[in-house]
Design a protein around this ligand. Sequence first.
Ligand SMILES: Cc1cc2nc3c(=O)[nH]c(=O)nc-3n(C[C@H](O)[C@H](O)[C@H](O)COP(=O)(O)O)c2cc1C
Length: 282
Amino acid sequence: MTDQSPTPAELLAARYGSDPGFDPPQWNQTLTTLLQHRSVRRWLDRPVSEDTIRTIVAAAQSASTSSNKQIVSVVAVRDAEQKRALAEVGGPRQAAHISTAPVVLVWLIDTSRIRASVERARREKPVIEYTAAEYLDEVLVGACDVGINAQNAVIAARSLGLGTCFLGSLRNDAERVGEIIGAPEHVVPFVGLEIGYADPEEPAGVKPRIPQGAYLHWDRYDADAATDVGEYDRILADYFAQYDQPGSWSAGLVSRVGPKAVKVAKRHLLRGVFERAGFSLK
Ligand SMILES: Cc1cc2nc3c(=O)[nH]c(=O)nc-3n(C[C@H](O)[C@H](O)[C@H](O)COP(=O)(O)O)c2cc1C
């Protein structure tokens, strides 16, 4: 660690916006990379090479995968028109950063390889079926694997000096995203990930998280501790004030979970998207 590098105590204080109350017994570059995470929404006009994308994807594929199903695929969108089309799905508040990101990885829950294996096996033994697709768990398996793969990509990108921003907003219209990238009916776009070189002028930093006491429980869940976020509303408001933005965590949470927010983001339509893709969600 050079003299300019933040110390573990500084990194932890930034992550929580306060003294976390413990001293890590060990530290390393991986922890620094993780603790320094922030989403990037302003990009330099600098391309990301194909082999860099391949390297990041190799890190993503190195993630654990439920039952070794490998139920995930990814489409790396670099074409400007394609990105503009994705930006339309993301909506006006996201359009600028989606269309200017050098690459948008669209992560897919992809049962096509399972279906192909089942079809081949059925030729020998017609009783074989893809019964797992009837149950909600198969979608959860896909969503979990996508998240783990994509987060590996985030860390790999960061370790290479690149920034990232997740795009759950692609689920505003997953079927339109499927059309844009040419996904067949059984393949569901689940989350996007912008990757590029961060504009250092972007007014954003390490956004504090809720206190660890509300998040970490030892041996048994503590319901009172879970909802005790202490000074977090003030800490987050102070963080946003540094960038001249308003922001209250509690008010933000409430506004994001109400009927209007759900309908605007079209999340009430997602069940139909998965059913049409062959998941029965039982
Ligand atoms: C699954 C997921 C979906 C997200 N979707 C979006 C999105 O559509 N647009 C966006 O600007 N940020 C999106 N984000 C980024 C979050 O807003 C961000 O992670 C959060 O505000 C914390 O900020 P930080 O990442 O800078 O620490 C998403 C993050 C995750 C994990």
